[in-house]
Design a protein around this ligand. Structure first.
Ligand SMILES: Nc1ncnc2c1ncn2[C@@H]1O[C@H](COP(=O)(O)OP(=O)(O)OP(=O)(O)O)[C@@H](O)[C@H]1O
Ligand SMILES: [Mg+2]
Length: 227
């Protein structure tokens, strides 16, 4: 069953008063629940833009995006925010961690707007700190931990609200081979738990990984399925 469906999605950005750039063209895509898909394509082709629409960071200019039958492309901002908080774990291309906060504080960030009691936040974070071998770093500022630890902090933060959809934008870009393997070990566990996983990557290790069910290619803002 299709969980996420895009129909004729177009995205334009307004760059100045009389200039628009047209980034995504006629994107139609269906993603089944518990599938793992990966989008490859050159820099600037629109991968992050597409992931941002799937993650509810912003809507398309036209066309529709639905998740579980709900049109997220038509939701008022309040509901889009709720979609993002409840359904999506986003691992950003540059992690977007807050450098001056601790590992623990970063991981708990998505729970703050949900009004969850700090003790409950810590209880949930503890499981992820254990799972991602970050317990000994929990009180460290993010600026002082290694790249691999930052990566794991970013993954833990994406999972703290137990989202059904996990989006990873170039998740191995800053990782060596061993850490890339670790990441896929974690992604495999998430898939086994029933999560739907959406990746964008240039990395052959990611593209050719057996966890990936369907591969797409983005070129000049147009998407095609790889054979
Ligand atoms: N908010 C914005 N305003 C204007 N242009 C934008 C905006 N966001 C993205 N773009 C432009 O859209 C194009 C696609 O960007 P996007 O980040 O989606 O590419 P990408 O495929 O993820 O590239 P990379 O592989 O380098 O991460 C780029 O030319 C970028 O400059
Ligand atoms: Mg990108």
């Amino acid at each position: 069953m299709i969980m996420i469906e895009l129909k004729n999605v177009e995205k334009q950005f307004t760059v100045s008063r009389n200039e628009k750039v047209h980034i995504l063209h006629e994107i139609s895509l269906g993603i089944k629940k518990n599938q793992c898909i990966c989008i490859e394509g050159p820099s600037g082709s629109g991968k992050t833009t597409l992931l941002s629409i799937l993650g509810g960071l912003y809507g398309p200019t036209s066309g529709s995006a639905s998740v579980d039958g709900v049109k997220i492309s038509r939701l008022p901002e309040l509901f889009l925010t709720r979609y993002r908080r409840e359904k999506v774990g986003f691992i950003y291309q540059h992690y977007n961690l807050l450098e001056n906060l601790t590992v623990l504080q970063n991981i708990c960030l998505p729970l703050v707007p949900l009004g969850i009691h700090p003790n409950e936040q810590k209880r949930r974070a503890k499981r992820l700190l254990d799972r991602f071998q970050l317990s000994h770093r929990q009180e460290y500022q993010v600026s002082s931990i290694s790249g691999g630890e930052q990566q794991r902090t970013a993954i833990a933060r994406a999972l703290i609200n137990d989202p059904p959809i996990v989006i990873g934008d170039e998740p191995t870009a800053h990782l060596d081979a061993e850490l890339s393997h670790d990441l896929f070990f974690h992604l495999s566990t998430l898939k086994a738990e029933g999560k739907t996983i959406i990746l964008a990557s240039h990395d052959p290790f990611v593209l050719n990984h057996p966890l990936v069910d369907v591969r797409y290619r983005m070129e000049g803002g147009r998407l095609s399925q790889d054979s």
